[in-house]
Design a protein around this ligand. Structure first.
Ligand code: HEC
Length: 132
């Protein structure tokens, strides 16, 4: 009993650090599933996002390559990355992603990502937008 308590007391600071640390966001485990659920239907093949902006999100390289107008991910800076700005609702309503309001090209077909998901994308970019 006493030994168990001691072990718990030793573990507590470690667990605390783990829980509070921002941890590294993983492209494969965190970002790719978001893209597959919410973006890929339009940003692949003949999807309307792929057609309208030439933006494919089928894998890491295409996500990083960006649109005809240039890159949309600036590693290290979410505020310079249009990929973040369009999901965080910091752009004109017509280009918010996924398109989710009346003014958008694809009227109301997308649901805005949750605050946690948007934050995850922001963190991933701030941490260098790695292919990890
Ligand atoms: C319902 C279809 C649809 C879905 C779902 C969708 N997009 Fe788009 N996306 C578009 C269209 C259409 C455009 C072109 C908008 C325009 O330029 O008018 C676009 C353009 C973009 C652009 C380029 C914006 C720019 O700088 O011109 C980015 C970045 C983008 N989408 C990211 C995303 C992300 C990230 C997701 C998932 C969270 C997503 N999209 C989901 C249809 C979609």
């Amino acid at each position: 009993m006493k030994a168990t308590l001691q072990k718990l007391l030793l573990l507590a600071p470690l667990l605390f650090l783990y829980g509070c640390g921002q941890g590294e966001v993983s492209f494969a485990d965190d970002i790719q599933p978001i893209v597959e659920n919410s973006c890929i239907s339009c940003h692949s093949g003949k999807g309307e996002g792929a057609m309208a902006s030439d933006y494919l999100m089928t894998d890491y390289n295409s996500i990083m390559k960006g649109t005809v107008h240039g890159t949309v991910v600036v590693p290290g800076s979410r505020m310079s990355s249009s990929l973040y700005l369009v999901v965080a609702g910091k752009t004109a309503p017509e280009i918010r992603m996924p398109p989710h309001n009346d003014e958008s090209f694809a009227q109301g077909r997308g649901v805005m990502l949750s605050a946690e998901t948007i934050e995850l994308i922001g963190l991933w970019i701030d941490q260098g937008a790695k292919n990890n």
